[in-house]
Design a protein around this ligand. Sequence first.
Ligand code: ARG
Length: 599
Amino acid sequence: MASVTSLTASVHQRLADALAAALPEAGAADPLLRRSDRADYQANGILALAKKLKGNPRELATKVVDAIGADEVIQDIEVSGPGFLNLTLSDAAITRNLAARAADPARLGVPFAEAPGTTVIDYAQPNVAKEMHVGHLRSAVIGDAVVRMLEFTGEQVVRRHHIGDWGTQFGMLIQYLIEHPGELAATAESVAVEAGQASEEAGEQAMSSLNRLYKASRALFDSDEEFKTRARRRVVDLQAGDPETLAMWQRFVDESKVYFYSVFNKLDMEIHDADVVGESGYNAMLAETCRLLEESGVAVRSEGALCVFFDDVKGPDGQPVPLIVRKSDGGFGYAATDLSAIRDRVFHLKADTLLYVVDARQSLHFKMVFETARRAGWLGEDVKAVQLAFGTVLGKDGKPFKTREGETVRLVDLLDEAVERATAVVREKDVKEQLTEGQIAERGAEVGIGAVKYADLSTSAARDYKFDLDQMVSLNGDTSVYLQYAYARIRSILRRAGEARPAAHPELALAPAERALGLHLDQFGEVASDAAAEYAPHKLAAYLYQTASLYTTFYDQCHVLSADNAPEVVENRLFLCDLTGRTLDRGMALLGIRTPEQL
Ligand code: ARG
């Protein structure tokens, strides 16, 4: 389908052309076009230009007005104030542009990026044999939205779930399992796991046996010196690739995946097993990574460890804090793995952008890792490496989110509670009792999970946010429920319209609320591409919230299915309803949030 140039973009182009024609000495100047309350748009660029050219801004503005003239798109253009331009578009142009969008159901006329690249995105990376917590929620939710937004722009996206599946803690776990073989039930869902699928029951079961095992082995490790020695020897076997040890380790990984996939399922998120390349996936590269760093002089030996130093990274005592790529005992750590992953992602996956959706508390780690990779020549000028760092999830008290007992909150419990609350809201709203129990449960999940995702996505990632379920499932305010209701109301009008069909009528004059809604809908593509380019789902969320608000105003001021309306007015308003609904639906889908047809 043909892509549609937004009115903003075409007016901007027209103005830029007129500027260049009227003031050739200005070079390529930006007219600085903004949406405005006074007219549809205001252009402020002439002020700065006049300063530069030492001219009178009002005179220059008048020249530009003469050069542009009015036509079928720009209905009115006038100089205002010290030298602004106020522009008003014709109603017909607005309706026509929207009609062109409506003719492209899949993309609403939004063009692909001009030069899409390949992004490898590292997100949704929980740790094996450990419970998932709210931090893992953020990485998963933000990462999933960014994947969808980037793919919508035409970007080639490779997903990497860098799960924590390696480390000395496995020595203890494996040794315990070898000595107590009955403790980890063989997973019956291995086939499903390959498809990234696992049921809720299986997930719960897997996690509870992993928890039990973890506690029991920890207790033994702390109390029994001989077990401790055997556990340490087991780490050596694991690192040496002993087949029996590796097979045991694999059981932990598989069992954990059953749990992870059940949680991602609950989050309504697709994770593919092939994209799960955990820390262990880079084991074969670690020695070479260290050798290359040492040979090139990027890393040096210090107190037996292989380290990279930075001028601007110092500890509280003023001493430099190095990035340790190999410990003095020869063990490789988190950094060696991340450096190897960079080599894989750049040279093998051919990424031109590396994106890491990881907690802001790991920012120093990534700063040092990226800098090391640059020095080593693995990250060239042409490769961008970005940590999309997110803030902490806080409780209602403004402190990091903990249970009353001070423990980290289990993600599953949170999600269950959100769904429960949302289900109550859906049930309450269903005053006429039109929904079946099954529908209530389904909608409850869509609303509850949507609420959790939206709360996370609607604040800028870098900021901390309060996890407040009351606010999240509220029908008023900037919540997904509000957006979902707006969508459902639109669908309901379209169903109630009977014989009348949505159809654009450019010959009709538009009411102010229709113009405001229409001009806003026309900007979907720009917002979606800016939000993707900046990895800023909150900008898309803000746009969608505004869409719903403008729709509410339109709906209050312009009756749609009124018997007093001429048939073409009904059709044109239905057309606006329909396009609003489709814009909300498309936009919410980019955030990974469902839009039920009926609530
Ligand atoms: N597993 C880590 C954690 O739970 C996050 C991994 C982030 N990704 C990376 N490439 N280091 O904190």
